[in-house]
Design a protein around this ligand. Sequence first.
Ligand code: UT7
Length: 322
Amino acid sequence: MSKIVGMGFYAPEKVYDNAYMESIVETNDEWITQRTGIKERRIAADDEYTSDLATVAARRALEDAGMSAEELDLIILTTVTPDYFTPATACVVQKNIGAVNAAAFDLNAACSGFATAMTVADQFLSNGTYKNVLVISADALSKATDYNDRGTCILFGDGAGAVIFSSEKGGVLSSWIGAKGDGGDKLTSLAYREDAEETEKRISHNKNTIWMAGSEVMKFAVKIMAEAADKVVADAGLTWDDIDIVIPHQANVRIVDSAAKRIGIDTDKMFINLDRYGNTSGASIPIALCEARDAGRLKKGDKAVLVGFGGGLTWAAAVIEY
Ligand code: UT7
């Protein structure tokens, strides 16, 4: 009961390519390319924040939908790099775009944010509470990245993706969201909590940067992506032959390839743009969705699987009919 009626994305202008990463940490283009598939990432300007990225993406989605901001009933924004703890970044965007009739709140499911928020939006639309919901995933991960840590800094980039869902038949055919809190210590970024052990793990000892046990997260990712994608396809009453495209969270090309192998589908069914953006957290799926549509890979009536995983640990998957 939640059709996509508009979408848009924004990626900042500044680029950190692999040559630049080589200049700041002990790494090289060959290692990064083979181990991750990433070639470059977009980086927000010093005075450009998550709400700024989100606002541009939201305006583009409204334009794409031919809708005015006043028609929005709700804005859900997912991020792990909010401008403030309060107000919610969703409220900042609400003000910026003039969505005076919309409720607004943030949701934190890390890289699983988009498909999680979409699932929440679908509840409000399916039960008749709201007519138009804007889901935005935006992150300025560069502000939370330890640029002395070669294990994480080569991965992350900044960006925002926004999608407007309206209460029309079809749309979200099935979804599954989940969490495994006992794996939460594998990917952390501290807020108020003082945790000497966690802080010590970070090369720069800055508790607000992201720390990750990369290969453990990777093992979790491959398994859960395959399991979640299989489940939502079955729950929608479909088989993999009915699916036109898979839009996975863009973390690492090896994760995407291994998940495809596990599911038993051709990697060609997977849409990949992480070479140009790196891992933009929750924004990666809506950015990829926009690019897939613009490249003619996602057409009206097509069925797409969206599947993400991330900090929490969390996962979220859905089948949509575009
Ligand atoms: O959105 C959810 C967030 N999570 C993720 O996306 C992360 C998922 N994990 C990954 O993508 C991978 O685990 C990484 C790309 C982070 C690392 O790849 P890996 O194959 O798991 O490598 P590793 O961490 O096991 O490290 C292998 C070697 C180590 O050297 P030694 O100990 O074998 O001598 C690392 O020190 O590679 C070294 N290494 C690097 N070498 C060159 C780690 N980072 C780099 C680097 N350049 N940037």
